[in-house]
Design a protein around this ligand. Structure first.
Ligand SMILES: Cc1cc2nc3c(=O)[nH]c(=O)nc-3n(C[C@H](O)[C@H](O)[C@H](O)COP(=O)(O)OP(=O)(O)OC[C@H]3O[C@@H](n4cnc5c(N)ncnc54)[C@H](O)[C@@H]3O)c2cc1C
Length: 401
């Protein structure tokens, strides 16, 4: 099936669960709720998969990322506490194409986090110890082992951490495949349906849409990515979710060259080759959020920063020199959502009965897991993980109500 799933029939005025946000998280939660036989309405103010979930690098990274290592050993240890989620996600991705009956471009051919200096090699060693203790299969490869496994890497690479389960998926397809599967199972999906107001009305949430229409929902899921903090405010809650602008580039297609997901232990870099041959380059280089008047305008794409682009390219060429020969086809920016403590925000919103949230962290890689966790909560099932570190309750003091 092709095309973007869209509205079928009239929008209901009463629903068991309303999911706000048609990115990967909202589509995945809707699918799981529909699969469990519950009534669900998924809405997006624009088109499905048009924001972070469709614009990202598609990396499935289960090793600790550079952003988790760059802030010191304590921060890395904290991030490693989320390893049970990584382990769940790596298995979930390996089954997802069969489960959804769709080609999602999933390739788990292994990931390398490379080092160019002795200090970075020591950092990799500490990182691998944390990962192995938490049950993730990773190993340190020395220069000759790296060369044997990845001959396309440049001479500057002196070692790498290798994780066999890492890889990539196609961000253009994943959320839409979840949405189609949700539709098949009876979910209702309405694009171009923005939520403008949310308030508790007795045992239900009264939701007002941009077109003035109203719906009453027993439960509401906020899966609105960078907009999640604003949605929470509509509901009278304060959640510390912040928008962050990021930069991406893609080269023209080339013959098969890069077989792994490549990341770096000391620089911002993620690099992979798509099945079509394009090399996707990103890794956390900032883009500037736009302002309209005094306010950050999340509805406009962030502004490209040339130093980000040149820094990203320099890192890519240092690690995979053949990339220097490939013309850059397209450069773009996107906005992701980070939580104040960089951990996921997952579960019931405090002081707001029936309101749930899922955002933060590497929410492409971890989307199948976040969705499972949240769906279990909505369905009243017991938690499969210790979720205390991600519980929105940790920010309860911000909401004075
Ligand atoms: C450039 C870039 C590269 C990235 N690379 C990776 C990567 O390689 N691996 C990884 O794991 N993660 C990566 N990420 C992060 C990842 O893309 C996101 O964490 C993930 O896609 C978040 O999905 P989401 O469903 O929460 O949000 P989104 O995909 O942003 O979806 C939120 C949706 O909510 C809708 N919405 C907002 N407000 C309203 C409203 N009032 N009413 C109705 N709908 C509303 C929006 O229109 C949007 O469609 C990257 C992000 C970016 C920007």
């Amino acid at each position: 099936m092709t095309g973007v799933p869209s509205a079928v029939g009239r929008r209901p005025e009463r629903i068991a669960t309303l999911v706000v946000g048609g990115g990967l998280l909202g589509c995945a939660v809707s699918y799981l709720l529909a699969a469990a036989g519950t009534e669900v309405l998924l809405v997006d103010k624009g088109q499905l998969n048009a924001q972070a979930s469709g614009q990202n690098a598609g990396s499935l990274h289960f090793q600790l990322e550079y952003r988790m290592l760059e802030n010191g050993a304590l921060a890395a240890r904290k991030a490693a506490e989320a390893m049970p989620l990584h382990l769940h996600a790596l298995r979930a991705w390996s089954r997802l194409e069969a489960e959804l009956g769709a080609d999602l471009g999933v390739r788990q051919q292994g990931g390398l986090m490379v080092a160019e200096s002795a200090e970075q090699v020591r950092r990799l060693g500490r990182k691998i110890a944390l990962e192995q203790a938490a049950g993730l299969q990773t190993e340190l490869l020395d220069r000759s082992a790296v060369r044997a496994r990845a001959p396309y890497l440049g001479a500057a690479v002196v070692a790498a951490a290798f994780c066999p389960a890492e890889g990539k998926a196609d961000p253009r397809r994943c959320a839409l495949a979840y949405a189609r599967a949700a539709l098949r199972l009876g979910a209702q999906v309405h694009a171009r349906t923005g939520v403008q107001a949310l308030c508790r009305n007795g045992r239900r949430w009264r939701v007002v849409f941009d077109d003035g229409g109203v719906c009453h929902a027993e439960q509401v899921v906020l899966a609105a990515g960078a907009w999640t903090g604003r949605l929470a405010q509509m509901a009278g809650s304060v959640l510390p979710v912040f928008p962050v602008g990021l930069t991406m580039a893609v080269t023209a297609p080339a013959a098969p060259l890069v077989t792994h997901l490549v990341q770096h232990a000391g620089r911002r870099l993620s690099l992979k080759q798509t099945p079509e041959g394009n090399v996707l380059i990103g890794g956390g280089w900032p883009a500037a959020l736009r302002q309209t008047g005094a306010w950050v305008d999340l509805d406009r794409r962030p502004q490209l920063l040339l130093p980000s682009l040149s820094g990203n390219m320099a890192a890519a060429v240092a690690v995979v020199p053949a990339v220097a020969q490939l013309p850059v086809l397209r450069v773009w920016t996107g906005t992701t959502a980070l939580v104040a403590d960089q951990l996921p925000l997952l579960g019931a919103v405090p002081k707001a009965a029936g309101l749930f949230v899922a955002t933060g962290g590497s929410a492409f890689t971890l989307a199948p897991t976040y969705a499972r966790i949240l769906a279990d909560k909505l369905l009243g099932k017991p938690d499969a993980f210790d979720l205390r570190a991600y519980d929105p309750e940790r920010f309860a003091s911000l909401t004075l109500a």
